[in-house]
Design a protein around this ligand. Structure first.
Ligand SMILES: CCCCCCCCCCC/C=C/C(=O)SCCNC(=O)CCNC(=O)[C@H](O)C(C)(C)COP(=O)(O)OP(=O)(O)OC[C@H]1O[C@@H](n2cnc3c(N)ncnc32)[C@H](O)[C@@H]1OP(=O)(O)O
Length: 292
């Protein structure tokens, strides 16, 4: 797997920034400061043109505004570079993504809350409607927003059997927004979605496979990447424009929902999440996670 420097340069603003800073600082000091780790890494394979995009925000890849923003820029960069495909995975050995960063929603000023949600909306839309094939290589737990990212890809390969996946929002006393529901229904159908979402149930990888929530189960990350590459390879001979328009057509409900309802959806989020009892619930949940 080779990093294509030219592609990375145009994809990661962070990469240009850190290179620029470190080379100029080297003139003035012996020890340049260690550049910050990108929150999302991207490696593009020279031969296949497929990008492995790795969430890299320890300890649990919770999705905050900067990470979402970086992911969105990477997806846009891949679009501009006419990518052949994208595999989304995690640098953690046990967590794909713990979902939305609850700290972004807890006692947050309204402008930050609003920026967080609009970044989530636009990042999701960029991923969901991306023209290139997308696969989630789910190498760890994927609750809530982690499950949403997986569902927004076209194919899901999960490392099993011990990790779990699902939209568990109701268990937290919050509600999965309609576009989360559409994503789940795209994959599971109406009845299983209702059962899964009303209970907020998390599924083990074998349960998820049986249900169709994931497409394949493997035993480690390397196998997950190989399976993902195989899925993407089958599109090599399909004309990209026909593929893109077909994907958009199949996903029209979700795309249209978001395009038509961005502001209402933001309002619903703000109204719900700023309620005192919801804030209390998030606070208690965060405390329970920290107490573990
Ligand atoms: C009609 C429509 C109306 C629409 C209105 C909209 C309403 C709002 C909708 C919001 C949708 C929400 C989506 C979400 O994604 S909410 C987040 C849900 N996530 C979870 O429930 C997962 C919680 N985490 C875990 O279960 C575990 O952490 C996990 C299994 C992922 C990993 O376990 P592990 O043992 O490896 O790690 P720890 O639990 O010890 O965690 C390490 C530290 O990370 C902190 N942490 C974990 N998860 C989160 C998170 N999501 N946000 C912020 N911080 C998180 C945890 O507290 C630990 O911190 P410390 O190191 O400080 O102890």
């Amino acid at each position: 797997m080779a990093v294509v420097f030219r592609t990375c340069k145009s994809l990661s603003k962070n990469a240009i920034f850190t290179r620029g800073i470190s080379s100029s600082l080297r003139l003035h000091s012996q020890k340049p400061p260690t550049p910050p780790e990108p929150l999302v890494n991207v490696d593009v394979d020279d031969k296949s043109g497929v990008a492995v995009v790795t969430l890299n925000r320890p300890p649990v890849n919770s999705l905050n505004t900067p990470l979402l923003s970086e992911l969105k820029n990477i997806i846009k960069g891949l679009e501009d570079n006419k990518s052949r495909g994208m595999i989304l995975t995690s640098s953690s050995e046990t967590v794909f993504s713990a979902g939305l960063d609850l700290m972004e929603m807890y006692n947050a000023p309204k402008d930050k809350l609003s920026a967080f949600w609009t970044t989530l909306q636009s990042t999701w839309l960029a991923l969901y409607r991306s023209s290139f094939p997308t696969v989630a290589a789910i190498n760890g737990h994927a609750p809530a927003g982690g499950c949403l990212l997986s569902l927004s890809c076209e194919y899901r390969v999960m490392v099993g059997p011990k990790f779990s996946i699902g939209l568990n929002e109701t268990q937290l006393g919050i509600v999965a927004p309609p576009w989360f529901v559409i994503c789940m229904r795209d994959v599971l159908g109406h009845r299983q979605t209702e059962m899964a979402l009303t209970s907020g149930r998390m599924f083990s990888a074998p349960e998820a496979l049986k249900l169709g929530l994931i497409d394949a189960m493997v035993t480690n990350k390397a196998e997950a990447i190989t399976e993902a590459q195989k899925f993407i390879a089958q599109f090599a001979k399909i004309p990209p424009l026909a593929r893109k328009l077909t994907k958009e057509s199949v996903r029209q409900e979700g795309i249209k929902y978001m395009e038509d309802n961005m502001i209402d959806d933001l309002q619903m989020f703000m109204d719900l999440v700023t309620q005192e009892k919801i804030q209390k619930g998030i606070g208690l949940y965060l405390a329970s996670l920290k107490k573990k």
